[in-house]
Design a binder for this molecule. Sequence first.
Ligand code: UTP
Length: 409
Amino acid sequence: MNYNEAYKKCQEAGQEHVFRYYGSLSEEEKKQLLDQIGSLDLSVIEAAAQGPQKRGVIEPLDVLTLQDLESLKDGFDRAGLSAISQGKVAAVVLAGGMGTRLGSDDPKCMYDIGITKPVYIMQRLIENLKEVTDRTGLSKPPVPLCIMTSDKNHEATVGFMKEHDSFGYPSDMIFYFKQEMAPATGYDRKVLMEDRGVIASSPNGNGGWYISMKRSGVADRLKEMGVEWLNLFSVDNVLQRIADPVFVGGCILNGVVSGAKVVRKAYRDEKVGSICLEDGHPSIVEYYDMTPELLDAVNAKGEPAYAFGVILNYLFRTDALDEIVSRALPLHVVEKKIPYMNEDGEFVKPSEPNGYKYEQLILDMIHEMKDCLPMEVVREKEFAPIKNKTGIDSVESARALCAENGIEL
Ligand code: UTP
């Protein structure tokens, strides 16, 4: 993008202050800034200012509970394992996040949760995936493992995997792709600068993963390999069951285009997104959107109507994703700590949130699907997210859950 085009783009978005130091930049720095302006979608700032979308009519969605699964799980397991053996399922780990709450400078997948030996988060995920691929009896794991990174952590992630020989997973079955970046602003919605010629930016949330996967060519590559289902999951759940045959088989045999693993909420106000129907489509209501009426609603059996929360483990049919890929997802404005350059030209790493990031979220994709099978899983066996160093959803709590499951750390 040339100077005039870049200036016009910023002016139209009310962000021409990014050129404040332009005259003092080297030729290379100028080019980098113009390229960055070319690649960033500045319209998200204005679009997000319209406020959150109004929610539709919320109703309960039937969940396949652990009790229902008792008689069904063997059949699901056989169907799922057969599809997995035929190479129809790929795993996609969403590892582009910044992990700001955990506070490590390295990508989250590199975090070592070991006690007596190193046990990295990515290692745990691959060990879990290998448990399934070993069951196929094939000499080579038939599940492509896709890793979404961002500009901020791509090189570190790829380097780390190389250094550890991808924890024994064949490197020709691992596919990396980078997600897009979004501008970060102060509370006045003016773009912050990271340096005199660099706009502060951050990964654009985990909702844009399929567009990024398509742009990178990885989605086409998987199609050529015969993949029909993508299992999406977050990087930070060290008990994550990946390409779970029961989940895959359940979705196939029920003829749905998507599925979501859910756990029974531990208590009424637990901070997890609740699975439901919204205007007749599957949907997830974030905990901060749950009204007291919804929290206290009961179903025909007199049980809480919205008792199940998602754990960021979804299954999507690729043809259903292709149908919705061009649809815009809602934008979420998130308050975060954003490192920036202050008025005096000093670099500041704030200890408190100082502005907004603009993100699209994968949970909003479920609403675009014509159907979704929510499947209950045992929380203590499958849900050990690491968001913080200590306390709830932390390294400490995940270590305790690993111990309960006989995983040596
Ligand atoms: P979180 O919402 O927990 O964000 O991401 P985070 O970046 O890991 O951590 P905080 O909020 O900064 O502390 C849930 C999952 O989505 C991925 C994360 O890597 C994690 O697996 N994610 C999040 C992305 O892949 N890209 C993003 O832009 C955001």
